[in-house]
Ligand binder design. Structure first.
Ligand SMILES: [Fe+2]
Length: 167
């Protein structure tokens, strides 16, 4: 079997059998997601450290749970980019340049911190859905499953934070 696809000029497949151009488009989207996730992660650390008031113990622990979950997914995401023959962004300057999630500072009340996390998660869900669409176009089931599973988990976390805020 020839590695190059016949007919399309410049079209080829990569080591995991995906169209190079479609994989590159997907990698671009995944790197944007990675940048946003890293800013979200650091926002969660700030919320974990600075939360104060009567809800300190529950939110301090919840933010730790969420940043631990984010940290795990960030590594899975970066390694998926490498698997697709891309290079994951790994500097703070690149993250701030490419992130759709805004960095927050000095949030300490329950309303502000939970509100920040909810806003971040809504943005991350949209970014993941956009990447999922590109994964579908590339025929990349593995990236699709990775994103689909993470969207499911994040949507559930977002629902719980909405329920908490409504109290
Ligand atoms: Fe801590």
């Amino acid at each position: 079997m020839a590695k190059k696809k016949a007919g399309k000029k410049g079209s080829s497949i990569n080591s995991v059998g995906l169209d190079v151009a479609k994989s590159e488009a997907l990698v671009g989207s995944l790197n944007g997601l990675l940048a946003a996730y890293q800013v979200h992660y650091q926002n969660l650390r700030g919320c974990h450290w600075n939360i104060s008031g009567p809800t300190f113990f529950e939110l301090h622990a919840k933010f730790e749970e969420l940043y631990t979950k984010a940290q795990t997914f960030i590594d899975v995401l970066a390694e998926r980019i490498l698997t697709l023959e891309g290079r994951p962004l790994h500097t703070y300057s690149a993250y701030l340049k490419h992130s759709a999630v805004k960095e927050q500072r000095d949030l300490s009340g329950p309303k502000e911190t939970v509100g920040c996390v909810k806003t971040d998660m809504s943005s991350l869900i949209s970014l993941q859905r956009a990447a999922l669409d590109l994964a579908g176009k590339a025929g990349d089931e593995a990236t699709g499953t990775m994103l689909g599973d993470n969207i499911t988990a994040m949507e559930k976390d977002l629902w719980m934070l909405r329920a908490y805020s409504a109290a």
